[in-house]
Design a protein around this ligand. Structure first.
Ligand SMILES: Nc1ncnc2c1ncn2[C@@H]1O[C@H](COP(=O)(O)OP(=O)(O)OP(=O)(O)O)[C@@H](O)[C@H]1O
Length: 677
C-alpha cells in the first residue's frame, strides 16, 4: 500500500489487506460487467438497422447506440470507482458511471446519482446517514490504498485527506482531467445547482471554476438528459488552446455531445479580413451599438403610401391605405423579430384579401390561392416598401458605409466623433465586398438577432467570462434566452479592453440580472508561495475580489535577474525536465519565436499550447494564450515586456504568474514591475 489506510477496518476482523483484496475484486467484477454492458450495446448497434422498421428509425437508433457505446468506454488508466459509502443497511461504490451486473444490480453508482451526493457533502456534523466514507487511492489504474472516515464517530479528514492531497499535487501532463473523485463541498453545491438557476462564480486563479463548470454540465445532462439533448449544452471558452485543453473532460465523464466553442466561433459568419483600430473595436463592443442597430432596423419600417391593387385573373381586389396602416402599426407594436414581422405583415395582408374573397364568393379561397396572393407582385412590392427584407451584413454595411444612415440611427446615442470613427474610410460597394474586422462580427450577430431569434441552448457554461464585452454578452444572452447559464471568471484576470469590473453589469447584458454571484477562494493549483507573490499585483488591478488562498503548502518560487534571457530560460527548462510533469515557458507574444528557437538549438523539443496531446513536455506559450491553462513548472520570461505589451498588461501578468502547479521561475533583465517589487 503506498498510502496506508488511516483507520482500522470497518468490517469485523478483516485486516486492511483483506479489505484491499476485496475492493480489488469488486473493481475487477465491475470492469467485467462494464465490458459486458458495452458488448451488449455494440451488438445492438451492429443489428440496429435490422430491427428498425424504417431508415429514419434505423438512423435514430444507430446514433443512440453509437452514443451509448461511446458512453460505456472504459479507460483502463482511470478508476471505475473512487469512493464508497456505507449506510446502516447498504453500501455503494461511487464512480464515473453506473455499472450494473447481469441482473441489473448496481455495482457502481454514478457520481451524479442522488445517493452519491453524500459522498461530497456528508460531514461529521451532518453525516446524512453515512457511517463510513471511503476514498480509494489509485496508481496507473490499479487500486493501491483506501482511506476511511467514520463519520458516525465524528471522524472527518476534510482537506487533510492524503488521497485528496495526492490528487491535487499529482504532476500534470496532457489535457485537463475530471475531478469527480475529489469535488469539494463548496464546489459540489455549484455543480448540483438546479437547472433553472443561473449562477456566476467569482473565483481566484486555480479555485476550480473550469472544473466546476464542466462538472455542472455533466450533472445537468445526467438529470435532464432528454430535455438538454434536444436543446443542447454549450461551453464557451476563451480560445482554441483552452478548448483543446478541456475537451477530454466531458467525454471522460461519458458526455460526448456537448458543443464547445469560443465566442468568436459562435458568432462567426464571415472570415475576418481587416483589423480595427483599438478605439474602433472598443466602440463596436459598446452596448450602445445595440441601440443604434435597433433604431436602424426600426427606421427601415415605412408608412404605406398607396393602396394595394391585386388581380387574381377573375377578380380585382383593393386594400385601402387605412387598413394597411393598421396592419403595419399593429405588427410593429408586437415587437417581433424583424423577419418574423415582415412575414406577419404579409399574412395580414393576405387575410384582408381572403376576407374580401369570402364576402364576394361566399366560400373560402383555396390554400393555393392564398399562397399565390402572398407572393404576387403588388403584395411583395408593398412589403419591400414598408418592411423591406434585410440581411444582417447588409444592415451593418449600410451603417458603416453611409454616414447619413449612421447619423439617422445613432443621433443622440453616439457623438459625432464616435460616428466618424465607425465610418469606413473606403466603403466597399456591397456587403459581399466588405472586409470585416473581428469586432464587426458582434454587430452582424446583433443585427441577425434582431432579424431572427437564434435557437436557445438549454444551458450555457461561459468560462473566463470577465473578458466578454457587453455585445458578446448579448450574443450569448440570445443563445441562452430560454435556458440558464453558469458564468465563470475572475475580475482580476480581465485582460480585454472591455473586461468587466463588476459582475452585475455582465449579468444584466447576459439577460440574467438576478443570478447569484458566488465566490470560490480555495486554490487547488497554485502553491501558497506563488499565490502570495502574484497577490502583490492585486491592489494595482483596481478590482474588488477576495484574494486567493492556497491549499498547497508545497511548491517553490524563484525570481531571478539574469544577463541572457534565452540562455537562462534554456537552463531553467533543462533543470525542470529533471522533475515529473509539464513545463510551460511563458513570454510576451513577440518573444515566443526566439525562445522556441533557443530551446530547439539546445536540443529541447517544444509543443504549442493548442496541441495538448503533443509528446513534448515543454510548451512555449505566448502570454495572451495562457489563460485557463496550467503547467507543473512555469518559466516566466521578462515580466516587464509582458506588462508593456498591452493596456491591461498587469492583469495579463497576474494571469501568467498563476499558471504554476508546483514551481515558478521568473527570469528578468529589466526591473520587475513596481507592484511586484
Ligand atoms: N476539488 C478538486 N480536487 C482536485 N483538483 C482540483 C479540484 N478543484 C480544482 N482542481 C484542480 O485545480 C486546477 C485548477 O482548476 P481550474 O482550472 O478549474 O481552476 P480555475 O478557477 O478555472 O482557474 P483559472 O482562474 O486559472 O482559470 C485544475 O488542475 C483542477 O483539476
Amino acid at each position: 500500500m503506498t498510502l496506508a489506510a488511516r483507520n482500522s477496518p470497518a468490517a469485523g476482523a478483516d485486516t486492511l489487506d483483506d479489505q484491499l483484496t476485496a475492493e480489488r475484486e469488486h473493481l475487477a467484477t465491475s470492469r467485467d460487467a462494464l465490458r459486458r454492458m458495452r458488448e451488449r450495446a455494440e451488438a445492438l448497434y451492429a443489428t440496429g438497422d435490422k430491427v428498425a422498421g424504417d431508415a429514419y428509425t434505423a438512423e435514430q437508433l444507430g446514433r443512440h447506440m453509437a452514443r451509448r457505446v461511446a458512453e460505456l468506454a472504459d479507460d483502463p488508466t482511470t478508476p471505475l470507482f473512487f469512493g464508497r459509502l456505507t449506510f446502516a443497511d447498504a453500501r455503494y461504490h461511487i464512480g464515473r458511471r453506473h455499472v450494473t451486473d447481469d441482473l441489473g444490480e448496481p455495482l457502481v453508482l454514478d457520481w451524479r446519482a442522488p445517493v452519491s451526493r453524500s459522498f461530497y457533502r456528508a460531514s461529521a456534523r451532518d453525516p446524512q446517514g453515512v457511517s463510513v466514507r471511503r476514498r480509494f487511492g489509485f496508481s496507473a489504474g490499479a487500486l493501491t490504498s483506501f482511506e476511511d472516515e467514520h463519520l458516525d464517530r465524528g471522524e472527518e479528514l476534510g482537506t487533510a485527506s492524503r488521497i485528496l492531497t495526492a490528487e491535487i499535487e499529482r504532476p500534470r501532463v496532457g489535457p485537463m482531467r475530471d475531478i469527480v473523485a475529489t469535488i469539494q463541498p463548496e464546489q459540489d453545491e455549484l455543480v448540483r445547482a438546479d437547472l433553472a438557476d443561473s449562477i456566476c462564480v467569482q473565483g481566484a486563479p486555480g479555485t476550480g471554476k473550469t472544473a466546476v463548470g464542466l462538472h455542472r454540465a455533466a450533472y445537468l445532462l445526467y438529470l435532464h438528459r432528454e430535455r438538454l439533448r434536444r436543446s443542447g449544452v454549450l461551453i464557451v471558452g476563451p480560445n482554441r488552446a483552452f478548448l483543446s485543453y478541456i475537451a477530454a473532460v466531458l467525454p471522460a465523464l461519458g458526455e460526448v455531445e456537448v458543443e464547445q466553442a469560443t465566442v468568436e466561433d459562435l458568432i462567426a459568419r464571415a472570415p475576418v479580413r481587416a483589423v480595427d483600430d483599438p478605439a474602433v473595436a472598443a466602440l463596436k463592443h459598446d452596448v450602445r451599438m445595440a441601440e443604434v442597430l435597433r433604431r436602424a432596423i426600426e427606421r427601415g419600417i415605412g408608412a404605406p403610401t398607396e393602396p394595394i391593387m391585386v388581380s387574381d385573373g377573375s377578380f380585382r381586389w383593393r386594400i385601402g391605405l387605412e387598413p394597411l396602416h393598421r396592419v403595419v402599426e399593429e405588427t410593429r407594436r408586437e415587437g417581433l423579430p424583424y423577419a418574423t414581422g415582415r412575414e406577419r405583415v404579409r399574412a395580414r395582408v393576405v387575410s384582408l384579401l381572403q376576407r374580401q374573397a369570402e364576402a364576394r364568393r361566399a366560400e373560402s379561397p383555396s390554400d393555393a390561392w392564398l399562397r399565390r396572393m402572398g407572393r404576387c407582385r403588388p403584395v411583395t412590392e408593398f412589403l419591400d416598401a414598408v418592411w423591406p427584407a434585410l440581411t444582417p451584413e447588409g444592415l451593418v454595411h449600410t451603417l458603416l458605409a453611409d454616414p447619413a444612415a449612421l447619423a439617422a440611427a445613432a443621433d443622440g446615442v453616439l457623438t459625432e466623433a464616435e460616428q466618424a470613427l465607425l465610418t469606413w474610410a473606403k466603403p466597399p460597394r456591397t456587403p459581399k465586398a466588405a472586409k470585416w474586422a473581428a469586432a464587426d462580427a458582434v454587430l452582424v450577430d446583433e443585427a441577425a438577432g434582431l432579424l431572427e431569434r437564434p435557437a436557445s441552448f438549454g444551458h450555457v457554461v461561459v468560462d473566463e467570462a470577465q473578458d466578454l464585452s457587453p455585445m458578446q454578452c448579448r450574443a450569448i444572452a440570445r443563445r441562452s434566452e430560454h435556458g440558464s447559464i453558469t458564468l465563470l471568471g475572475d475580475l482580476a484576470q480581465g485582460t480585454a479592453p472591455w473586461a468587466a469590473r463588476d459582475w452585475r453589469a455582465s449579468l444584466a447584458h447576459l439577460g440574467k440580472p438576478d443570478a447569484a454571484v458566488v465566490p470560490l477562494s480555495v486554490g487547488f493549483r497554485v502553491p501558497a508561495a506563488v499565490v502570495a507573490f502574484a497577490n502583490r499585483l492585486l491592489p494595482a488591478l483596481s478590482v474588488d475580489v477576495p484574494p486567493a488562498e492556497s491549499l498547497r503548502r508545497d511548491g517553490t518560487l524563484d525570481v531571478r535577474a539574469v544577463a541572457d534571457l534565452a540562455a537562462a530560460a534554456v537552463a531553467e527548462v533543462r533543470a525542470a525536465l529533471a522533475h515529473d510533469g509539464s513545463v510551460g515557458v511563458i513570454a510576451a507574444d513577440d518573444a515566443v519565436a526566439g525562445l522556441r528557437a533557443a530551446l530547439a538549438d539546445a536540443g529541447i523539443d517544444t509543443a504549442t499550447a493548442d496541441d495538448v496531446e503533443a509528446a513534448a513536455r515543454v510548451t512555449v506559450v505566448p502570454a495572451t494564450m495562457v489563460k485557463g491553462l496550467e503547467y507543473d513548472h512555469v518559466v516566466v520570461v521578462e515580466p516587464a515586456a509582458i506588462v508593456a505589451a498591452e493596456p491591461r498588461g498587469l492583469n495579463r501578468l497576474y494571469v501568467v504568474l498563476t499558471r504554476a502547479v508546483s514551481r515558478l521561475a521568473v527570469l528578468h533583465t529589466a526591473p520587475l514591475p513596481e507592484a511586484l517589487r
